[in-house]
Design a protein around this ligand. Structure first.
Ligand code: PEP
Length: 256
């Protein structure tokens, strides 16, 4: 059975003290034990947050990672640096990285390979632009993103790969894909994983959705059969909203 995952991408927000306060508030919630809850703070706070989360239920992920082991890559962070900060999961391929920092399928493929070799789990983001959606090219667009990156990896690597479908037009815009649109794309992604590998891998791969998820829409999206949780941007900065989104993965209630 696939596990539900809710990951909060804090992006370039919060000072150390603001992040400590946010974390303190998150830790006051009793989340459902079978949901993986992940927070992804900026690089400068990874050690701080991972130390605070030692032996606790919330996990930490980075927002990016470089493909080289070390060297002259000013401003970049390596896999071993992440691991030495207690971080074993990274987001890769976020659309903001692709758009503002020129990340391509080619460089992302290098990053995916490096992460897998270093035993770092990947939350791999894919998703189409509005134009592709409007012209009906969204399935092909997403397929190509997968074919040029994670589909080049051997099947064993998929133990460490989570897919995050994040249509660009729905990120930070307040415009959410409808539950039907999300389900349709997640089911498509699962089918092409099956075609490229096998059905059992497709059935066991977690595919989460990102794009303006809020407490008010989370339940309808998360209740779709091929949706295994969410990657949350803006709403992950408010503890009560993030907690409500985590809760929305479950039908049964939990105590706050
Ligand atoms: C994101 O950036 O991954 C994201 C989903 O952002 P938001 O929830 O703010 O749309």
């Amino acid at each position: 059975m696939r596990q539900k995952i809710v990951a909060g991408n804090w992006k370039m927000n919060n000072t150390n003290s603001e992040s400590k306060l946010l974390l303190k508030k998150l830790l006051s919630y009793k989340f459902p034990p079978d949901v993986r809850v992940i927070v992804s703070p900026p690089y400068t706070q990874l050690s701080l947050i991972s130390n605070k989360l030692k032996n606790l239920k919330i996990e930490v992920a980075s927002q990016n990672m470089h493909y080289a082991s070390n060297g002259a890559f000013t401003g970049e962070i390596s896999a071993s640096m992440l691991k030495s900060s207690g971080v074993f999961t990274t987001i890769l391929g976020h659309s903001e990285r692709r758009l503002y920092f020129n990340e391509t399928n080619k460089s992302l493929n290098e990053k995916v390979k490096k992460a897998v070799n270093e035993n770092i789990e990947i939350i791999f983001c894919i998703g189409e632009e509005l134009d592709d959606r409007k012209s009906g090219n969204h399935f092909e667009y997403v397929k190509l993103q997968l074919e040029k990156t994670v589909f080049l990896q051997p099947i064993e690597s998929w133990k460490k790969i989570i897919i995050a479908y994040e249509p660009i037009w729905a990120i930070g815009t307040g415009e959410t894909a409808s539950p039907d649109q999300v389900q349709e794309m997640h089911s498509y992604i699962r089918n092409i994983i099956s075609e490229n590998y096998n059905e059992s891998l497709a059935e066991s791969t977690c595919i989460i959705y990102g794009g303006s998820v809020k407490p008010s829409n989370a339940k309808n999206i998360f209740s779709q059969p091929d949706v295994d949780g969410g990657l949350i941007g803006g709403a992950s900065l408010k503890s009560e909203d993030f907690a409500a989104i985590v809760k929305a993965t479950k039908c049964q209630s939990y105590t706050a």
